[in-house]
Design a protein around this ligand. Structure first.
Ligand SMILES: [Cu+2]
Length: 146
């Protein structure tokens, strides 16, 4: 193990990458807590971007054709615990490309949803899996970025 690793706190990534470090790491866990329980819980969700209808101006007005997630405006709430590993499969049923940007959420760059810059757009009929840890507490929103 390199010397500088010893001066920093152990992260899950270090544990997974360290290989033989797993044995040493298990000694640091509280009694009765296995390494499997120490992994971040996963929270899996599915969003479908597609055409829908929404009543935007009150019951006395007709519905408006919209593009929506899972047919609703706004899209469904995704509620997770801080530190959870989020997996969100986004399927595009629009007739145009799309991406999803997780506004205000710290994500790895490849999960930021900026078409042609951080990812290839999700083509009609395709599904893209966004996967990142919910590192911050708070209320955020997601939206297309294409
Ligand atoms: Cu935004």
């Amino acid at each position: 193990m390199p010397m500088n690793t010893l001066s920093r706190p152990l992260s899950r990534r270090h544990l997974l990458l360290a290989g033989s470090g797993l044995v040493a790491a298990s000694l640091l866990l509280p009694r009765g807590l296995s390494l499997a329980h120490a992994a971040a819980p996963e929270s899996s969700h599915k969003l479908t971007a597609g055409p829908s209808q929404a009543r935007l101006a009150g019951a006395e007005h007709p519905e408006t054709p919209v593009w929506a997630y899972n047919g609703t405006v706004p899209g469904p709430e995704i509620r997770v615990r801080q530190g959870d590993r989020l997996r969100i499969a986004v399927t595009n049923t629009l007739d145009q490309e799309t991406t999803v940007h997780w506004h205000g959420i710290r994500t790895p760059n490849a999960m930021d949803g900026v078409p042609h810059l951080t990812q290839k757009p999700i083509a009609p009929g395709e599904t893209f899996l966004y996967e990142f840890d919910a590192v911050d507490a708070g209320t955020f929103w997601y939206h297309p970025h294409h």
